[in-house]
Design a protein around this ligand. Structure first.
Ligand SMILES: NC(=O)c1ccc[n+]([C@@H]2O[C@H](COP(=O)([O-])OP(=O)(O)OC[C@H]3O[C@@H](n4cnc5c(N)ncnc54)[C@H](O)[C@@H]3O)[C@@H](O)[C@H]2O)c1
Length: 436
């Protein structure tokens, strides 16, 4: 670490004194050179599909050294180490052996940040451990699975002063950020209502092995729980579109699930009636619909839809007093701008006119998910270099994640449940911070 940078330990101590991660300076996030462009050292925990992809994106960012890697599977770890060396980096230290090997990685003095891309149940415990050891935590979705885990992330970030960012990449999409710009420029008027979904058939390759239907690590959640297992991709852009946690907050959620029929049907269709997974009792309903209400009277509908056969979709739609954006139609209708009364017009010209500064001169074909992942990681890295708050903070990270347990509680009780205020009242009067 460079001498002119605040030493990490000093940083943690100084910020701890203020006791609030949120008191960290909100970064002036534009893609300008960092004000503090020293090399940062990053560790990656979980070198499976997503972790390896994120690692490759990190290797393409200047002044990032991947110094440590961890995975349960030695062969995945070795492959990741080789990728770093092939990219011209020093050989990173590898950590494996058992489920707690990550602790040794996070206890290292020299790391500035860790990226966590492991199984869901490890996200919160690993992020908490990282923060307690002074490392910025960049954690994959969802950041937490229970309300206790959500609060532990908030409490740890506040107590240590170390930021924690859930890596919700859809918040950084070019189209979603242009819509955010349009909203901030008043084109949709006062925001009233929004739809979002994660419609992505993951039964045939992610929850279960594509070849033989073997249960992968995510399948146990489908057997045990009935809830929105993956709400954050849908909610990512919605939080900033609706100023959630910035002078408004979600107060209530009411969820309903359909019967669970699709997984049994898939196994019977694909592998026959006698496949061991064909007749199991899956708790997870095929579609979960949650209605969220905000303090200021807005509503959000979010769908879990990951087991029926279908093409990918997010179905974003946001509506205000002066207009509407519909992602599926790639269209808008804006009272002050649209040429025809009550008719749709194409969204793409607006995407260019209201192009967010993060996307100026940026190639949407470079990198994963249309360039979104590299943008997200560049901004995360810049926050680590500058010792500023991350582009998405711990409050937004847990607000998106809390839909996992809360939707389960609501389905079980068949009634609305209260949505906790993770900011403890600090949402009141708080100015928008994301993508400013
Ligand atoms: N943001 C996105 O677009 C996106 C896309 C895909 C996956 N994901 C998320 O990324 C995460 C990983 O998904 P994946 O598809 O890469 O799964 P994967 O199975 O390919 O990889 C997970 C890796 O984590 C390792 N691991 C698990 N527990 C560990 C522990 N205690 N210590 C060390 N290593 C451990 C496993 O050995 C495995 O290699 C998931 O949480 C998923 O939700 C996000």
């Amino acid at each position: 670490m460079q001498k002119d940078k605040v030493n990490r330990r000093t940083f943690v101590k100084v910020v701890s004194a203020s006791s609030l991660a949120a008191s960290l300076p909100i970064a002036n996030f534009s893609i300008l050179p960092s004000t503090n462009p020293g090399t940062i050292k990053v560790g990656v925990v979980g070198t499976g599909n997503r972790g390896t992809h994120l690692m490759r994106e990190l290797l393409a960012i200047e002044n990032v050294e991947i110094s440590a890697l961890c995975d349960l599977h030695p062969e995945r770890l070795d492959r990741a180490i080789q990728i770093c060396q092939d990219a011209g980096q020093k050989k990173p230290e590898g950590y494996t052996g058992d489920e707690y090997a990550f602790r040794k990685l996070m206890e290292r003095e020299d790391l500035d940040a860790v990226i966590i891309a492991t199984y869901w149940e490890w996200h919160a415990p690993m992020a908490v451990y990282a923060m307690k050891h002074g490392k910025y935590a960049g954690v994959e979705v969802p950041a937490a699975l229970s309300l206790d885990e959500c609060w532990e992330l908030v409490n740890t970030s506040e107590e240590t002063g170390v930021p924690c960012m859930m890596l919700e990449n859809w918040s950084f999409r070019k189209d979603n950020l242009a819509v955010l710009n349009m909203i901030r420029n008043g084109l949709l008027g006062d925001i009233v209502h929004c739809h979002a979904a994660h419609s992505h058939d993951c039964i045939d390759h992610w929850f279960f092995d594509a070849e033989d239907g073997h249960q992968r690590w995510g399948a146990k959640y489908l057997l045990k729980y009935n809830r929105d297992q993956y709400p954050t991709h849908g909610l990512g852009p919605v939080l900033s579109w609706m100023d959630i946690n910035c002078d408004d907050r979600i107060t209530q959620i009411y969820s309903c699930a359909t019967a669970s029929t699709s997984i049994n049907a898939y196994f019977k269709r694909r592998f026959g009636n006698d496949h061991p997974n064909a007749n199991l009792d899956y708790k997870q309903g095929d579609i979960v619909t949650s209605t969220l209400r905000t303090k200021k009277g807005k509503s959000i509908i979010v769908n879990y839809d990951m087991q029926l056969p279908r093409p990918y979709d997010n179905r974003w739609m946001i509506q205000g007093t002066k207009g509407i954006y519909n992602e599926q139609r790639v269209a808008v209708h804006l009272v002050d701008r649209s040429p025809a009364y009550h008719e749709w017009e194409p969204f793409r010209p607006y995407e260019e006119e209201f192009l967010h500064k993060w996307w100026k001169d940026r190639d949407s074909k470079a990198g994963g998910h249309g360039g979104v992942d590299s943008l997200e990681l560049e901004l995360f890295v810049k926050a680590v270099q500058d010792k500023t708050q991350t582009p998405l903070d711990v409050y937004d990270s847990v607000t998106m994640s809390a839909v996992v347990p809360l939707s389960g509680h609501s389905i079980e009780k068949n009634q609305p449940v209260e949505f906790p205020d993770f900011t403890r009242g600090r949402w009141k009067g708080r100015a928008p911070y994301f993508a400013m």
